[in-house]
Design a binder for this molecule. Sequence first.
Ligand code: CUA
Length: 357
Amino acid sequence: MDTRGRDLRGKRAAPAGSLVRRLLLLAGLGCALLLIAGCGQSQGGQSTLHPASDQSRKILHLFWGMLAAAVVVFIGAVVLLAISYRRRNREGIPLVEAENEKAVSSGLVVAFGIVIPVACLIVLFFIANIGVVKATDAPAPGQTKMNVTVIGHQWFWEVRYPGSAAVTANEIHIPVKTPVNVTLKTADVIHSFWVPELNKKVDMIPGHPNTLELYADHVGMYRGQCAEFCGLQHAHMSMAVYADPPAKFRAWLANMAKPVAPPASPQAKAGEQVFLTQQCASCHTIRGTSARGTIGPDLTHLQTRNTLAALTIPNRKGYLGAWVIDPQHFKPGNKMPGLNLSGAQFSNLLTFLEGLK
Ligand code: CUA
């Protein structure tokens, strides 16, 4: 290749700069596609694109409307930019033509720089506030039969059912096709409760309870996530909403309200003693025993939950044992210390925990 950018066959070689630009563009498009693919998961995948309630459908329609408006404005701006680029530095055109062009340019600036953006913003403001924000607000207290209280903790969700003794964590059961009024509180810092397939996100503010309506129009699991940075394990602060058929929900709630049954075997009995005499009982409550701690989640019916540590790991024997021995491995910074137990103590404790149904 010679110094003028031609190879030996006389063809012009592509300058290195433009090749890099093309590669960057391709990489950018690839990343955008991957991001979009991430939005398209199926139900239960925490996707704003799979609404399962009127509220989340309204939010999705607003999103598509705003995206369409933004695309039209963006394309208009690019077209105007291209026109101005072609017309710059034109010299020697007749004076009348130059004056006309100046007037047209000023008109375009006023139309596209002021009139159209202001009109777009006013229309979107009214659609968003009247059509969506109001429609996604929780109903006034007393207008829904079903109430749930969710309290954010670093880093799990405490779930209470007013009027029932039921207390659980991270996995919230509601009856399907039933409006549920959720009161949102926090025990420490600001968290934000967000189940994208069901409704908008609402912050949990210290000293200021907020409310949110949860409604699911079909049976299933809807994943949610804390949406406000709340410390080291913010990313491991997920929750699941299970919308159950009404009869199944009533049976679940009745079971959750009961204290735990007495240990079924000598090993489980010995495991209960390990729980009550080691640090466990000072942080966790198990209704029906003397364990009354309030720092960690209520464990009364631990085995009715599918996950541990706010959906961080599955609730299976191996994971449960590993979590008890070394919780800091899965969730560094969480408040649970690892336990230093003998083999027999560990085995008995696991047997006891597996009996919490
Ligand atoms: Cu709780 Cu982020």
